[in-house]
Design a protein around this ligand. Structure first.
Ligand SMILES: Nc1ncnc2c1ncn2[C@@H]1O[C@H](COP(=O)(O)OP(=O)(O)O)[C@@H](O)[C@H]1O
Ligand SMILES: [Mg+2]
Length: 359
C-alpha cells in the first residue's frame, strides 16, 4: 500500500452540504470512508447521510481549524470556498483539490487567462473595472458580447448579454460598476462538458463527453455520448487532461465547453471549469462503471481511480422545482433511476433531484 493511500475508516471532510456533498458522502460510505460535513445551513441535504457534521460559517476560523483537525483530507462541493478558509484547512490537513484550483476557478478573469495559457481556446475577453474601460473592452470582444461578474456567478446569475455600447454601460452599472469581464459571444452549436478525474499519482481519465441543454439558465439535460465527431470528443478529453495537469489537480474537475461549427469544421472553446463534481456528470452514477462521486473520493483519498467507461448511452434529466413532484410517475418506468436530494422545500429553480435513463 502506498503511504499516501487513506485506509477505510479515514475521515473525509466536506465543505458544503448540498446535493453534491450528499452524493459524495454516499459514495464515500460505500467505500468504508467516513464523512464529516461542514456547512452553515442546518437543513443541509448531506447531513443525513454522513457520520458527523459541523454547522458553522465558512469564515469561522476556529470552527474550521477544529473541523480540519478531525479530517484526514478535506474537499468541497462548491468553488467559492473563501481563500482564508482554504488556508486554515491546508495548514492542518490535506486540501484536495488544492488552493490553486480554487483561486483559478473563483475569478473568471484569472480562469480565462489560465485557460489560454494552458493552450485552450477561450472567447475573446477583457476586464472592465469601470465605465472608462468599456470602449477598450468592446474593441477586444466586438458586439454582441456578454458581461459577467468576475466572481460568484452561477446558473447564469450575474451576467447580461449586450448588443450595444449603451446597453453595456447600463449593465456595468447594474452589475456593480467594476470587477467585471466582457466576453465575446461564442456562436456555439452545442454545449458539452468533459468530466475529468485525476489521481494523486497524476494519472487521469475523462468520461465520455456529455451534451448539455439548459432551460432558464439551469442545466436541464445531459446526454451521453454527445453528438459530436470522434475527433472533437478526443480533443475535449485531451483538453480536460491538460487543464487538470496544469493545475496539478487531484479529484474530479468539470470542464464546460462550447462546440463551434463553421466552414472549417468543429472546434472547441472552453467556457469555464469547476473544481468539483459537476451536475453534467450525474449520469455517471448509473451510466458509467465508476461514478464521478466515487472517483472523486478515490482520488482525494489517494486511491487508484476506477474505470470511467460508459456502460450504455445515458440521458440525465434534472428535476427542478415542481418536476420532482412527478416522482411516482417517474418510478413507474422501471428503467428510470431516480435520485432525490431530500430537500424539504421545493422552490422554482431549485435542484430537487435527477433521473438517469440508461440504454
Ligand atoms: N461567451 C459566451 N458566449 C456564448 N454563450 C455564453 C458565453 N458565456 C456564457 N454563455 C451562456 O451562458 C451560460 C452560463 O454562463 P457561464 O459562464 O457558464 O456561467 P455560470 O457560472 O452561470 O454557469 C452558458 O452555459 C452559455 O449558455
Ligand atoms: Mg457554466
Amino acid at each position: 500500500m502506498a503511504p499516501e493511500m487513506l485506509p477505510p475508516g479515514s475521515v473525509i471532510g466536506m465543505l458544503g452540504g448540498g446535493q453534491l456533498g450528499r452524493m459524495m458522502a454516499l459514495a464515500a460510505a460505500r467505500l468504508g470512508l467516513s464523512v464529516h460535513v461542514y456547512c452553515p445551513d442546518p437543513e443541509s441535504p448531506a447531513f443525513e447521510v454522513s457520520k458527523a457534521h459541523t454547522i458553522a460559517a465558512y469564515d469561522d476560523e476556529t470552527a474550521l481549524a477544529a473541523f480540519a483537525g478531525r479530517c484526514d483530507v478535506v474537499t468541497y462541493e462548491f468553488e467559492n470556498v473563501p481563500a482564508c478558509a482554504a488556508e486554515v484547512i491546508a495548514g492542518k490537513t490535506l486540501l484536495r483539490p488544492g488552493a490553486l484550483a480554487l483561486a483559478t476557478s473563483q475569478d473568471r478573469l484569472v480562469e480565462k487567462t489560465f485557460l489560454r495559457k494552458a493552450g485552450a481556446e477561450v472567447a475573446a475577453f477583457a476586464a472592465i473595472d469601470g465605465i472608462d474601460d468599456v470602449d477598450a473592452a468592446i474593441a477586444v470582444t466586438g458586439l454582441p458580447a456578454i458581461v459577467k461578474t468576475r466572481r460568484f456567478g452561477y446558473d447564469g446569475k450575474g451576467q447580461r448579454k449586450v448588443d450595444s455600447r449603451e446597453a453595456l454601460v447600463a449593465a456595468v452599472a447594474e452589475l456593480g460598476g467594476g470587477d467585471l469581464i466582457l466576453e465575446a459571444l461564442v456562436p456555439f452549436a452545442m454545449e458539452v462538458s468533459a468530466i475529468v478525474v485525476r489521481g494523486a499519482d497524476g494519472k487521469s481519465a475523462v468520461y465520455d463527453i456529455g451534451e448539455n441543454s439548459h432551460a432558464n439558465h439551469i442545466l436541464k439535460e445531459t446526454r451521453v455520448p454527445a453528438r459530436v465527431s470522434p475527433e472533437t470528443a478526443d480533443a475535449a478529453a485531451t483538453l480536460g487532461r491538460r487543464i487538470a495537469d496544469a493545475l496539478d489537480y487531484v479529484g474530479v474537475l468539470g470542464v464546460e465547453l462550447f462546440v463551434v461549427r463553421d466552414a472549417r469544421g468543429e472546434r472547441l472553446v472552453v467556457n469555464e471549469i469547476a473544481p468539483r463534481v459537476h451536475n453534467s456528470g450525474h449520469w455517471t452514477e448509473d451510466g458509467a462503471v465508476t461514478s464521478q462521486f466515487e472517483n472523486h473520493v478515490r482520488a482525494i483519498a489517494g486511491w487508484s481511480i476506477g474505470s470511467v467507461e460508459t456502460v450504455a448511452p445515458t440521458v440525465m434529466e434534472n428535476l427542478i422545482g415542481a418536476d420532482a413532484d412527478a416522482w411516482a410517475a417517474i418510478t413507474a418506468d422501471p428503467r428510470a433511476r431516480l435520485h432525490l436530494y431530500g430537500k424539504a422545500e421545493s422552490r422554482p429553480g431549485r435542484k430537487m433531484g435527477h433521473v438517469n435513463r440508461v440504454g
